[in-house]
Design a protein around this ligand. Structure first.
Ligand code: ADP
Ligand code: MG
Length: 692
């Protein structure tokens, strides 16, 4: 671990009384290594043990705390092998109760006749009062009760550690480190956002004095966590500094070209384009996120911006996450631009050696205007002559850092990132907090809602008939095979088997093709080209077609084992149809009987709004599980909830910007601790990404 503002907090857990090597090892499984880790191991829940009753007041079935004196010696018995029963009577001024514990051999060392204890447990009242396995602690402890008579924390735990053990270690850590708990938040932030101090918050998150105190404590800790995260992310964006001097692109360069398009731009496209043009024409570096649901027409916006850049005398780059998408973009964009004299090139991992040598020379000497490619564009050997605009499509598939790597190949080029993934607003704020956001919130006219049906295997025959019907009407069909976790080799194999079966048995009279990630680029390309040209009726696929693929004649998407997919991913898959004028359909085979799976499928049937879908997904699966959270490089959060803590997130974001404005490196005396905390908590974030 890195240096921490305070020393005690940095000590290994064994520093605490009662923690030996064995126990420390158990705590490591909870990611608790130091005293400081222990105090920030926050409760996942609370149990109200605050009612303290006299014995005569006890009711049958109630859970409560009570205090009494041990009135008898402990009686032990072993009714059968492996079972030890210990029994004792307890009394106060008003009555008597019998307590029984199972398999607690140490009990007789802890509990002695005449001692005063407080207990907590579930009371049964028959002829006598009884309580089974009650929690007990000495009544005359100086520090007061920990496990009884109060609201007690319930912690995330692992098998071998009991709640009592965790509670006592954390309690101990808070007491030992108490005076050293120093606030990393500068005073002005606490005041400006009306936040409690760290010490108060730690005390009250573990042992809340009241509901209000708990809420204030939680608010502060969530704020701190989100602030640290924001600061860490902000320090990543080195190339994307809005104060840098950028290029002033020429105004009025694309009107004529726009008029030659086969369709009229939607109002939303026109608005977003205006926002982009405005950014490009002024002297600041543009950092703009274009967010728009699948099929909203983002590609053409990218093309228009690229044309503007080229017409202003610069080169442009368009980076996409998959080869299929790069090839598709190249096929549709390059002929369009050729007519106006703009030279476009395609560069992917499978561009041949000779071809790529020529390409690289053209990019370097400036004779090529626009390069479309995969992350192959990030390689060092790709050198631009005068790169002015960088567009990243399907940005959610790239790591946070990658978007800046390409920018560094120009001198403060403008940047557009586009995402179709309906990521929840909260996540967008975190990931793209440093970007301006444009939203295309309108689909091109004439699109019909995609009819979606969740079905089970019993519907197989009918769906096959339906597939046939679509094909007989001249349409085309995608069938997406189940996600296979173990490896994409197995996934490819199962897709191949499925395609084989369909081609030779079920649809032997139709043309069935197969595409998966294990195929060579040239092969993939020719399969996609065949499907685009309408030569293939049914395309059996793995999720390689998930993003971006645009074949307007396809009208039916069938997803096998849909329950294995994230809702956002299903929404993306569904977005492969409904791109033309034909009524389109999506069939989701759900093999799971689980309530949640059923509910998730229902969301898909009911909604076509990507934002609603992703927020539902987050709600149903929880943020830790949200597809892409890890993909995005967002680390696990200890207390903040990206779904619910939106308000706090906004404040934290504002504070992060204010801090960075005043003290970019967080080196001043008042911010130094904060800077250290950022490093400690979130070093190395945003290095992760999933590329395919
Ligand atoms: P996405 O936002 O998912 O990337 P695309 O850019 O692939 O969407 O566009 C989807 C389809 O809609 C394409 O076939 C594209 O040519 C078409 N399109 C885009 N804008 C319009 C428009 N204003 N009117 C009609 N069709 C459009
Ligand atoms: Mg797209």
């Amino acid at each position: 671990m890195n240096e921490h503002p305070t020393l005690l907090l940095n000590k290994p857990l064994q520093f605490l009384k009662g923690v030996g090597e064995a126990k420390a090892a158990l705590f490591k499984r909870l990611d608790i290594y130091t005293v400081g880790d222990a105090i920030t191991h926050y409760p996942r829940d609370y149990e109200d043990r605050s009612r303290l009753k006299r014995l005569a007041e006890l009711q049958d079935g109630e859970q409560c705390s009570f205090e009494g004196i041990i009135a008898s010696k402990i009686v032990e018995s072993r009714p059968r092998k492996g079972l030890l029963v210990s029994r004792v009577s307890i009394k106060d001024d008003t009555g008597l109760i019998y307590a029984t514990w199972f398999n607690q051999p140490y009990l007789k060392n802890n509990i002695k006749t005449g001692d005063r204890f407080i207990f907590y447990g579930t009371i049964t009242r028959k002829r006598t009062f009884e309580v089974l396995n009650p929690v007990y602690e000495k009544a005359d402890e100086e520090k007061g009760p920990v496990n009884t008579c109060r609201i007690v924390p319930v912690y995330p735990a692992t098998g071998k550690l009991t709640q009592n053990a965790i509670r006592s270690v954390i309690r101990n850590a808070i007491e030992v480190a108490g005076n050293e708990i120093i606030d990393v938040l500068p005073q002005w932030i606490l005041e400006k956002y009306n936040l409690e101090g760290f010490k108060y918050s730690i005390n009250n998150i573990h042992y809340p004095e009241s509901d209000k105190a708990f809420l204030k404590a939680r608010e502060r800790l969530v704020f701190e966590e989100l602030l640290l995260l924001q600061l860490a992310l902000l320090s990543q964006k080195t190339a994307a500094d809005t104060t840098d001097i950028g290029i002033r692109f020429k105004a009025g360069e694309i009107g004529k070209f726009t008029a030659t398009l086969p369709f009229k731009l939607t109002a939303a496209q026109i608005r977003v384009l205006a926002e982009i043009e405005c950014d490009m024409e002024n002297g600041r570096v543009m950092n703009r996120l274009v967010q728009g649901d699948v099929g909203s027409g983002k590609t053409i916006i990218a093309v228009l911006a690229l044309v503007k850049a080229v017409r202003s005398g610069y080169q442009g780059a368009l980076m996409v996450p998959t080869e299929i998408l790069a090839e598709q973009h190249f096929r549709s964009i390059s002929p369009m631009l050729e007519t106006i004299g703009i030279r476009t090139a395609l560069l992917t991992g499978s561009t041949g050696v000779k071809a790529s040598r020529e390409l690289l020379a053209g990019i370097r000497d400036g004779s090529l205007d626009i390069v479309i490619g995969t992350h192959a564009l990030l390689e060092e050997k790709v050198v631009f002559d005068h790169l002015g605009l960088v567009v990243t499509d399907e940005q959610h598939r790239f790591g946070v850092r990658q978007r800046t790597v390409l920018s560094k190949k120009g001198e403060n080029p403008d940047m557009i990132v586009m995402t179709a993934t309906p990521i929840p607003r909260t996540l967008a704020l975190i990931l793209y907090g440093d970007l301006d956001i444009s939203i295309i919130d309108e689909l091109p006219p004439g699109r019909k809602k995609i009819e979606t049906y969740a079905v089970d295997a019993g519907m197989r025959e009918r769906i096959n008939k339906f597939i046939r019907k679509q094909v007989s009407e001249g349409r085309q069909v995608y069938i997406v095979c189940p996600l296979v976790d173990e490896s994409d080799a197995i996934e490819a194999k199962s897709a191949a088997n499925h395609a084989e079966e369909l081609a030779h048995k079920v649809f032997s009279d139709l043309t069935v093709a197969l595409i998966h990630g294990r195929m060579k680029a040239a092969e993939k390309d020719s399969v996609m080209a065949g499907f685009a040209a309408g030569e293939t009726d049914i395309l059996v696929s793995t999720t390689v077609i998930e993003v971006g693929v645009n074949i307007p004649n396809a009208s039916l998407m069938v997803v096998e084992n849909a329950e294995r997919f994230g809702l956002a991913q299903l929404h993306q898959l569904r977005g492969r149809v409904g791109r033309g004028a034909h009524q389109s359909y999506c069939v989701l085979f759900n093999e799971s009987k689980s309530e949640i799976a059923r509910e998730r499928m229902k969301v898909m049937e009911k909604t076509s709004d990507g934002f609603v879908i992703s927020e539902k997904d987050l709600e149903l699966r929880g943020p830790g599980d949200f597809f892409g959270t890890r993909q995005h490089g967002i680390p696990e959060l200890k207390i903040a909830n990206l779904y619910r803590d939106m308000d706090i997130l906004k404040k934290a974001q504002e504070a992060a910007l204010l801090l960075k404005e005043k003290d970019k490196l967080l080196k001043s005396a008042e911010n130094r601790l904060l800077g250290l905390a950022v490093n400690k908590r979130f070093t190395g974030i945003a290095n992760t990404s999933r590329l395919n």
